[in-house]
Ligand binder design. Structure first.
Ligand code: KG4
Ligand code: ZN
Length: 415
């Protein structure tokens, strides 16, 4: 099953072609990501209007590049998937409409994919991780612990009460003058800093739930920085290291409770899985490895380039849905907000009506459900090697660059 995926929910314009084999394995034939960092850098964050325009300008070429790299034409596709939300609505509209046009012209099913679901399922693209698993999803806008029981079957066990972890990294970077995007820069500074210099709070530590809170940590960091301003390079590094350590310790503590809640409600998880841009952070990955060993659960984390936003994950989520008989009508709506645990539910709005597809079939305007969408009851699954990686093709990545780490010298290109 061959699926084209399109991602435009934030500041990456991305297209990928992924093949899902009958046995559930996957091959990424092309995975092209063009970052808009240069366009937004001067503003210290993503400007939605600029992002939407940049997607319009770049998307056709990015799709053409992905198809050329895959060596297939549109006729060979079994479906077209686009991230239909949640995200910046202008960009979501651009990606979804483009996917609809390709689906219509080439008579292919459309999958309007939830971006969070795509992060949640990436580990099945890289490692065929069986359901159910306990997911730590941490990106720029979301921080959640989720029981992933099957495609479209997500139960949220914990979430942030204020900021997302990625957002906290970004705000820390901004406060310390490290610019945008923040996560990787804070991580880089932290690597040469002293994590014990500043005694920052670990919010929520020890609470009997799986929720997060970042705002107190953010404020404490600002107060410490103000106390010693003007900051030297070493001060910045020490602040980053202290901040990152506080985040790591909070994440480990929250996941320990998350796993406990998972076991109580759903039995033994097949794996602890991390996803989203924050899961590219090496200190967090190492801490999760220790936690997983202590909790006797396999840790599965995609390679960093598939943790941050990309279209291979959208194509894969589309393929997983298509394999279950799930596809969407050409009138499906782009959505700024779309909680993960509502993915499987019927969409709000007018009643579904049949939409004639170009191939003469009728697709519901809402997700059509065919077959059993559950992943089955918890079962005993053998441990798998952590950090199994796959190769991706990215013509925009400068030579010699690490997975997911953008080069300072080529600010507009990241993997
Ligand atoms: O999943 P993602 O690429 O986009 C969203 O869906 O939001 O996540 C982006 C977030 C940003 O907040 C970014 O600062 C953070 O992930 N991030 C990191 C790292 N790489 C990206 N945070 C910490 N360490 C990193 N290495
Ligand atoms: Zn994302």
């Amino acid at each position: 099953m061959l699926v084209l995926g399109i991602e435009t929910t934030c500041d990456e314009t991305a297209a990928a072609v992924v093949e899902r084999h009958d046995d559930g394995r996957a091959t990424i034939l092309a995975n092209v990501v063009l970052s808009q960092i240069a366009e937004h850098a001067a503003f210290g964050g993503v400007v939605p209007e600029i992002a939407a325009r940049a997607h319009v300008e770049a998307l056709d070429l990015i799709i053409a590049t992905a198809m050329a790299e895959a060596g297939r034409d549109f006729g060979a596709l079994d479906g077209v998937a686009a991230a239909a939300g949640p995200g910046l609505i202008g960009g979501v509209i651009v990606g979804l409409i483009t996917a609809k046009v390709i689906a219509l012209v080439h008579k292919k099913p459309l999958m309007a994919v939830n971006h969070l679901e795509a992060h949640a399922l990436t580990v099945r693209l890289t490692d065929e991780t069986p359901f159910p698993y306990c997911l730590f999803l941490a990106s720029g806008g979301h921080t959640q612990i989720v029981a992933v029981r099957g495609v479209g079957d997500y139960v949220r066990l914990g979430t942030t009460r204020d900021d997302a972890i990625g957002e906290a990294f970004d705000k820390t970077a901004k406060l310390l003058g490290l610019g945008y995007p923040g996560g990787q820069r804070v991580e880089r500074e932290a690597a040469r800093g002293d994590p014990s210099r500043f005694n920052l709070p670990r919010p929520m530590l020890g609470r009997q739930d799986a929720d997060f809170s970042l705002s107190g940590l953010k404020t404490a960091l600002r107060l410490e920085a103000e106390k010693i301003a003007p900051l030297t390079h070493q001060d910045v590094a020490d602040l980053c290291a202290s901040f990152q350590l506080a985040v790591v310790e909070m994440v480990v503590d929250r996941l320990r409770y998350g796993l406990r809640i998972f076991r109580e409600r759903f039995g033994v998880p097949c794996a602890l899985v991390a996803a989203g841009g924050v899961a590219a952070n090496d200190a967090i990955r190492k801490a999760l490895l220790n936690l997983a060993a202590q909790e006797h659960v396999a840790l599965m984390v995609p390679p960093p380039s598939l943790c941050t936003d990309n279209a291979a994950m959208i194509a894969w989520a589309g393929a997983e849905r298509l394999a279950q008989g799930l596809c969407d009508g050409l009138d499906s709506s782009p959505r700024a907000r779309w909680p993960l645990d509502q993915v499987g539910a019927p969409l709000p709005g007018p009643r579904p009506h049949a939409t004639a597809t170009a191939d003469g079939g009728a697709l519901s305007s809402h997700s059509s459900l065919v077959g059993d969408r559950r992943g089955g009851e918890p079962r005993d699954c053998g441990p798998k090697a952590p950090y199994t990686s796959i190769s991706t093709i990215d013509p925009f990545r400068p030579p010699g660059e690490e997975d997911g780490v953008p080069s300072d010298t080529v600010p507009s290109a990241v993997a």
